[in-house]
Design a protein around this ligand. Structure first.
Ligand code: ZN
Length: 163
């Protein structure tokens, strides 16, 4: 039981069933705190239900993607190419930073092997770093400035004001 297996098997998860955190953990053979960690890292939960429930199909998709990414860990200057199904470097000069919000951005670049546009997530705080890593040309009117530290965001996703 103490043995930590690297590969998580999702075969016991049913696609059309909603799992409690504890149940989901048991099906995967992991600790429930591990599942709580998954939730913090983006595993979707069914919003309005307390206690939290995880939909089987969401759980399977999350675990599969997590494991695919772990198998092919991208280096700092690589993207995961969906067509090549492995990490690839981008064609020099093809990399763009696409702001998503005050703190998040997407990085896009063309796969140097197949030309597919690849994406990876990033944070605004690391903008200067990305520019250096990917050799992004500084364009006219674009300033490489450190954004001031983002103000504390109090959004918690909970409907505390529910009457
Ligand atoms: Zn490719």
């Amino acid at each position: 039981m103490a043995k930590k297996s690297r590969h998580i098997n999702t075969r016991r998860i049913k696609r059309d069933y909603s799992y409690l955190v504890q149940e989901f953990a048991e099906c995967l053979g992991v600790h429930k705190n591990t599942v709580r960690n998954y939730i913090r890292n983006g595993l979707p939960v069914i919003d309005d239900l307390r206690p939290q429930r995880i939909h089987g199909s969401d759980g399977i998709a999350f675990i599969n993607e997590k494991q695919a990414r772990r198998k092919c860990k991208c280096a700092a200057d690589e993207f995961y190419c969906l067509k090549c199904r492995c990490p690839r470097k981008a064609v020099p000069g093809s990399v763009n930073l696409i702001p998503l919000s005050k703190t998040k951005l997407n990085i896009s670049g063309k796969c140097e092997r197949c030309g597919t546009v690849m994406y990876r997530g990033g944070s605004e705080a690391k903008r200067a770093e990305y520019i250096k890593i990917f050799g992004i040309e500084k364009r006219a009117g674009e300033h490489i400035t450190e954004t001031p530290s983002p103000s504390l965001n109090c959004y918690s996703g909970k409907d505390d004001l529910h009457a």
